[in-house]
Ligand binder design. Structure first.
Ligand SMILES: Nc1ncnc2c1ncn2[C@@H]1O[C@H](COP(=O)(O)OP(=O)(O)OP(=O)(O)O)[C@@H](O)[C@H]1O
Ligand SMILES: O=c1ccn([C@@H]2O[C@H](COP(=O)(O)O)[C@@H](O)[C@H]2O)c(=O)[nH]1
Length: 235
C-alpha cells in the first residue's frame, strides 16, 4: 500500500513511559522523531492523541463525578498531550498545527475540516485535540471520525501492544496475535483494543485500521512504507 495521508492515533497512556502519571519526555521525543521521518518521505500525517495518562471520564464517573463533566475534563487532558507533542515535533523541525474540537483560541485553531486539509497539503502535521468535542465518546472514535473527514488512507493506531490478539495480551499470556482480521470478526469476538464506535465508523466508510507497537522506534516508518507489521483490520 502506498500511503499518501495517514491518521495516526496515539495512546495517551503510552505517553507515560515508565511513569505512573503524566508525560515522559523521552517517549514524546521518540514519537516526534518517528513522525518527522515519515513526514520527510512526503506522507501527510494527522494525529489524534488520547488522554488516559491524565484523566478518563469513565474512571472519574466511577468515583462519583458527573459523566459529562468528567468527559470534558478528559477532552482537556487530550489537549495537554497534543500541546506536548506539538512542542516535541517543532523541536525536531516539523511544522505543525493544533486544531481542537473545543475552541481555545489563545493556544490553537478551531477544527475546520477544509482548513485542516489545506494544512496537510502544505506538509504540516495536524494534531486534532479535544477528541470529538462531545462527551460519551473516546479519542478512538475521534480518530476514526477525523480520518474519514480528511479522507485519510488508513487509521494507524500506535499503542503499546504489537497488534490485536485473541484476548487482551496484558491479561492473558496465551493470547495469539492476528496478522489480519475483518471488522465482522472483531465484533463477533468482542476484541476491545479500540472502542466499537470507532470500528463501526471505519467499517461503514471502508477505512482500514492497523494496530501496531508505536513504542518501538522505527515501527511507524516501516508501516508507513508498506511493510506488514501489527494487525490490519479490513472489511
Ligand atoms: N484483543 C486485544 N488485543 C490487543 N490489545 C487489547 C485487546 N483487548 C484489549 N487490549 C488492550 O488495548 C490497549 C491498547 O489500546 P491503548 O493503548 O490505546 O489504550 P487506551 O487505554 O485506549 O489508551 P488511551 O485512552 O490513553 O489513548 C492495550 O492496553 C491492550 O492491553
Ligand atoms: O470525543 C471524546 C474524546 C474523549 N473524551 C474524554 O476524554 C478522555 C480521554 O480520551 P481517551 O480516548 O480515553 O484517551 C475519555 O476518557 C473521555 O472522558 C470524550 O468525552 N469525548
Amino acid at each position: 500500500m502506498n500511503y499518501k495521508r495517514i491518521l495516526l492515533k496515539l495512546s495517551g497512556e503510552s505517553l507515560m513511559g515508565d511513569k505512573q502519571y503524566g508525560i515522559d519526555n523521552e517517549r514524546v521525543r521518540q514519537y516526534a522523531e518517528d513522525i518527522r521521518d515519515v513526514v520527510a518521505k512526503g506522507i501527510e500525517i494527522a494525529i489524534v492523541i488520547g488522554g488516559g495518562n491524565i484523566f478518563r471520564g469513565l474512571s472519574a464517573e466511577k468515583s462519583g463525578m458527573d459523566r459529562a463533566q468528567a468527559d470534558y475534563m478528559g477532552m482537556l487532558a487530550t489537549v495537554i498531550n497534543s500541546m506536548a507533542l506539538q512542542d516535541a515535533l517543532e523541536k525536531v523541525g516539523v511544522k505543525t498545527r493544533l486544531m481542537t474540537a473545543i475552541k481555545m483560541e489563545q493556544i490553537c485553531e478551531p477544527f475546520i475540516r477544509r482548513r485542516a486539509m489545506r494544512h496537510l497539503e502544505k506538509g504540516r502535521v495536524v494534531i486534532f485535540g479535544a477528541g470529538t468535542g462531545n462527551p460519551y465518546f473516546t479519542t478512538d472514535s475521534a480518530a476514526a471520525l477525523r480520518a474519514i473527514e480528511i479522507k485519510a488512507d488508513a487509521v494507524m493506531k500506535g499503542t503499546r501492544v504489537d497488534g490485536i490478539y485473541t484476548a487482551d495480551p496484558e491479561k492473558d499470556a496465551s493470547a495469539v496475535r492476528f496478522d489480519e482480521i475483518t471488522f465482522r470478526e472483531v465484533f463477533a469476538k468482542n476484541l476491545n483494543v479500540m472502542d466499537m464506535t470507532a470500528f463501526t465508523l471505519c467499517e461503514e466508510n471502508k477505512l482500514p485500521i492497523i494496530v501496531f507497537d508505536m513504542n518501538k522506534q522505527g515501527n511507524f516508518m516501516k508501516l508507513a512504507s508498506g511493510e506488514k507489521i501489527g494487525t490490519l483490520v479490513r472489511g
